[in-house]
Design a protein. Structure first.
Length: 475
């Protein structure tokens, strides 16, 4: 089960050749997927030879194989982490029972909804990023975004496999609908709002992969705990790829900060206008992008008080982050949790039943994790002797979902009137002119070893290759 069969039309490690009905269903979906990729995948890239990694096994060691591939020929397939013998459900009302190998009838609708919602984010991000190849700051970066795009495509495959195998006709219909919705399209948008926002430039892209792919990590970690074993196994393998996406984001922002600091030191200035004229991104603009991507991403965790979250947990469908490391009864009926709300112009804590607060718990786990990369970015400034520091805004800032939606809160947590917020908004979130400035900086750099002026080269190349390696070949 651990090695992947590449002789099949659909590479897999799930013995697809033995399940003829499933194989037929997936082989029927495959050309539709490829049509979607041609329409909505990286724009104008079909003929490029891209130095990509492909999974060859699902064990942590040596699963990657690197070679030039034309993206439409990428071997998307179905890869599950190995089954754990005798695995039990770790939490909720079914705690201690054997993990399910089939879908329990009473949880079918919820499970389908969870899988569809996760699946929908995967093609959405490819759609959001599809024009960025035209403005890549280097071949190295171009290759990296393409790698992420093909892996998000595979994550869609992972969810569609579950839908086809376990949800019959409804599952197949959902599989089609996943190819029909479009990021940002009014009539048929993607399910979650952050996946309908634009990712118009590379600063946005790196923020997205740092913050929004990290939401992916936390959702997948919670689903990896699922009592529905096939979901647990698919998401565990997806997580190995997610780590790389977040690395691209973290190192991308580091490199931008590094280059900006270098120019600031050379010119001995911290004046944003002068810095912009030198063709690099001023640090306050980076902070504004951070504020935007962070706030739309923490909305993805959902309402702070949610009966769905309670149901998903109690019925064993979705656990907590690192469920097994929590020292409690894993049932949570008697516990409570603090969620923030705005009352009389102040943010005050409110106790809610723990089960209903599990979205907030996951959001708080996410917030702690987000801070780690931030420290690294700040260390780049510290080393360069620049006093500026990036900060994570208060979690009530710019929220559109949950009890904080509708209130106006500054990045430092001060509650404001609507008028005060309107007056200050442009200091905290990217304005049209900030975005236009960043967009103007972006021009394609594709000479091997060259990097756009606004970003430093990476410390290491991909797979031991040098920075001037031809990561993408155009002819
Ligand atoms: Fe993904
Ligand atoms: Fe990702």
């Amino acid at each position: 089960m651990e090695s992947i069969d590449y002789s099949e039309t659909i590479p897999n490690n799930v013995n697809l050749s033995e399940d003829r009905a499933l194989r037929r269903a997936l082989e029927h979906w495959q050309p539709n997927y490829l049509d979607w990729w041609k329409d909505m995948g990286p724009d104008g890239s079909a003929e490029f030879d891209v130095y990509l990694r492909t999974a060859t096994g699902v064990d942590p060691k040596g699963w990657a194989h690197y070679d030039y591939v034309k993206m439409p020929d990428y071997r998307w397939g179905i890869f599950l982490s190995p089954a754990e013998a005798g695995r039990k459900i770790q939490f909720g009302d079914h705690k201690g029972e054997d993990a399910w190998q089939t879908v329990p009838g009473e949880h079918r609708a919820n499970l389908r909804r969870i899988i569809v919602t996760q699946g929908d984010t995967e093609p959405a991000s490819v759609e959001q990023q599809r024009h960025l190849g035209h403005t890549a700051p280097s071949l190295y970066d171009l290759r990296n975004i393409f790698q992420i795009n093909v892996e998000e495509g595979r994550h869609l495959w992972a969810m569609v496999y579950l839908l086809h195998k376990y949800f019959g006709r409804d599952g197949r219909e959902e599989g089609e609908a996943l190819l029909e919705r479009r990021s940002g399209e009014q009539d048929n948008p993607r399910i979650l709002q952050a996946f309908n926002e634009r990712t118009p430039d590379w600063l946005a892209f790196f923020m997205f992969t740092y913050f929004t792919d990290r939401d992916g990590k936390f959702q997948l970690c919670a689903l990896a705990e699922s009592g529905f074993d096939p979901l647990s196994r698919t998401t565990r393998f997806m997580l190995t790829e997610e780590a790389h996406h977040m690395f691209i984001g973290e190192s991308g922002i580091s490199r931008i900060v590094q280059r900006t600091c270098q120019v600031m030191n050379e010119m001995k200035t911290d004046d944003p206008k002068t810095i912009r004229e030198a063709g690099v991104i001023d640090l306050p603009t980076i902070q504004k992008y951070l504020n935007f991507h962070y706030s739309v991403t923490i909305d993805l965790f959902g309402a702070d008080e949610s009966s769905n979250a309670a149901t998903f947990y109690s019925s064993g469908l979705k656990g907590r982050f690192e469920e097994s490391r929590q020292h409690d009864d894993h049932v949570l009926r008697d516990d409570s949790y603090e969620v923030p709300e705005v009352r009389d112009g102040k943010i005050v804590p409110r106790q809610v039943p723990m089960l209903n607060a599990l979205n907030e718990v996951l959001r708080d786990n996410y917030i702690a994790d987000s801070n780690k990369g931030l420290k690294r970015w700040n260390r780049v400034m510290e080393k360069a002797g620049i006093p500026f520091r990036l900060t994570i805004p208060h979690k009530a800032f710019n929220r559109k979902i949950g009890s904080l939606a509708g209130s106006h809160v500054a990045p430092d947590g001060t509650v404001l009137t609507r008028a005060r917020w309107d007056a200050r908004r442009d200091a905290w979130l990217p304005t049209d002119s900030d975005r236009a400035f960043v967009a103007n900086l972006m021009g394609r750099v594709v000479e091997p070893g060259r990097f756009a002026n606004w970003i430093a080269p990476p410390r290491f190349g991909v797979n031991g290759q040098s920075a001037d390696f031809r990561y993408v070949r155009f002819d």
